[in-house]
Design a protein around this ligand. Structure first.
Ligand SMILES: [Fe+2]
Ligand SMILES: [Fe+2]
Length: 398
């Protein structure tokens, strides 16, 4: 204390001194001693007046603030995220952390004197708009191209907002380089487009194969020329009328297109001969669905093409061939195909009989409705012809 008095005396000025003292209850308190030197009439020190002030709370608050400041400074300085502090008034960069210096490639003294316009390539008006959005918290996420010192342009995501919530405070901007991520996403999209194209190509290729196969059957059985294509057209129309999804409609169409392919194993003499067939000859023809199944089952498809072909002569009451399946065991596509097959065959010319008119063909399927033929398929077929004026398409013979 004597030293304080001495120091104040010698300096002739106010002297402030901070110290700690230990209270009887063990608590350490901070105090500030202020020593004021009183001068005599001739300006010489006369006496020293001392005041004690307990500043414990102020000291604690100051230390907390210092710790907090150091804490946030460390996050800003040492964080891996690129951070900028920007003055929204003119877009100038006020502060930048080490990660920003590394990312943009400018020395810190240069970077902190730059305007954000030199980096994000926006006009002053555009920058003012973006700053206002971030400042008013209307928008805090942005995507910009940011130009680096090297001239390279990177795409960044910026999260921005006011540092102080009131007044025209500064803005913080957290910058994330998403260039590689976006490139990878674009590459993935391009790859999947390419894959879709090659799948479409593949699908087209095997559809063409089926068309060629259909044509082969018809070459061997010229009287049935166009039969499969017309059956396919009617069957798919019935399915569409029944609200089948387009994919299933397409599958039915393709299956119908080759449904008689097994006939290539039947001697052409049986197929083309006018007049009735002998029982053993008819027995041979009845095997054509199985022959078709065996031919087609080698094609690997995600839907049962071979099975549908196998079942096109099966009947709901189990009276069909070659398996004699009951109705619920017959594929729905084969049930529709049976109806279309009968109508087409009856209205087309055959070597062993003249073509019937459509009325007779419709009367025939109507008589089999719910017995050998599925009721809903028959009803839909009748509606198409009688109410929708359906006509078989003109098939161009090749
Ligand atoms: Fe057939
Ligand atoms: Fe047929």
């Amino acid at each position: 204390m004597a030293a304080v008095r001495q120091a104040a005396w010698e300096s002739g000025e106010d002297y402030r001194f901070e110290a700690r003292y230990l209270r009887l209850d063990g608590e350490i308190r901070h105090f500030q001693l202020r020593a004021q030197v009183a001068l005599d009439g001739e300006g010489r020190p006369k006496k020293v007046l001392g005041t004690f002030l307990d500043v414990t709370e102020a000291v604690r608050l100051r230390r907390r603030l210092e710790a907090s400041e150091a804490h946030y400074r460390a996050i800003f300085e040492d964080g891996l995220a690129v951070m900028l502090v920007i003055d929204p008034g003119d877009g100038s960069i006020v502060d930048a952390n080490e990660a920003a210096v590394r990312f943009y490639g400018y020395p810190r003294p240069v970077l902190t004197k730059m305007n954000i316009a030199a980096i994000n390539q926006l006009s002053a008006v555009e920058i003012a708009e973006e700053m206002e959005k971030a400042r008013s918290l209307k928008q805090n996420f942005f995507q910009f191209p940011h130009r680096l010192a090297s001239g390279e342009v990177r795409t960044v995501h910026v999260y921005s907002g006011p540092i102080a919530l009131e007044g025209d405070g500064l803005l913080y901007s957290l910058v994330f380089d998403v260039t590689e991520k976006l490139r990878a996403e674009e590459a993935l999209v391009a790859k999947s487009r390419e894959l879709t194209r090659s799948l479409e190509h593949l699908e087209e290729a095997w559809q063409q194969t089926l068309r060629v196969m259909a044509h082969m059957t018809e070459i061997r059985d010229p009287h049935a020329m166009g039969h499969q294509r017309r059956t396919a057209a009617l069957a798919s129309e019935i399915a569409r009328e029944l609200m089948w999804d387009e994919e299933s409609v397409e599958e039915l169409y393709l299956a119908a297109l080759v449904h008689d392919i097994g006939k290539i194993e039947v001697p052409s003499d049986y197929l083309n001969r006018p007049g009735p067939l002998k029982p053993h000859e008819f027995q041979f023809i009845k095997e054509h669905p199985r022959a078709g199944y065996e031919l087609l089952q080698g094609i690997s498809l995600p839907w049962p093409l071979a099975e549908i072909v196998y079942e096109h002569h099966e009947r709901m009451d189990g009276s069909g061939y070659p398996q004699g399946l009951p109705g619920d065991a017959i594929h729905p596509a084969a049930r529709i195909m049976a109806v279309a097959d009968i109508v087409e065959a009856m209205t087309a010319h055959r070597p062993y009989r003249a073509a019937l008119d459509i009325k007779a063909a419709l009367a025939e399927i109507e008589s089999q409705r719910g017995r050998t033929l599925e009721a809903v398929a028959v009803d839909t077929c009748l509606r198409l012809f009688r109410e929708r004026d359906y006509r078989f398409p003109d098939v161009v013979e090749r």
